[in-house]
Design a protein. Sequence first.
Lengths: 114, 117
Amino acid sequence: AQSVTQLDSQVPVFEEAPVELRCNYSSSVSVYLFWYVQYPNQGLQLLLKYLSGSTLVESINGFEAEFNKSQTSFHLRKPSVHISDTAEYFCAVSDGGSQGNLIFGKGTKLSVKP
Amino acid sequence: GAVVSQHPSWVICKSGTSVKIECRSLDFQATTMFWYRQFPKQSLMLMATSNEGSKATYEQGVEKDKFLINHASLTLSTLTVTSAHPEDSSFYICSARDHWKDWDTQYFGPGTRLTVL
């Protein structure tokens, strides 16, 4: 069975500081990995995903995540955060089967302070 | 592109009544739709998966007679919470996937807040 662990439930940082949101997964098969962001009172939006190929994936708003198979991790990073990055971030894993079911972590609330 | 809407965005109902939530893919055909439930400060819990024209597949512990799912067209799925009780109060989120175009990605609706009094 697959599972996702997000080690930090809350991460407070100051504006323009770097941030890393940690995600570890367990799976006995090849996986696809995703980061979703949920802004207050909104639905989840896909931030970035890893399917295959380059282990470093980037989003359009400056976030990046690196797939590390040996450490079974897919940590999300941003070198300089903005107030607008305040949101809940969910890491998810899929085995890519016909149904493509996602298993989500419990989420990390990122709070960016001025 | 890949917009998913839900209606209503919030609903309050009395205990014992039924509530229907709609999930629509606005600009793509959703071969598969997913229904999730999210409790406060918790992650999303998959309730069921439905393919267009087929019966939904429910996750273990989810009562299929209580949470009725219909996926009659490629753009619409409905979740009906029957005989709702206060413990059914939650945030219900749907997602949709186009298996033939962007098979690996689920696109999420904004969610429906259900409060049962």
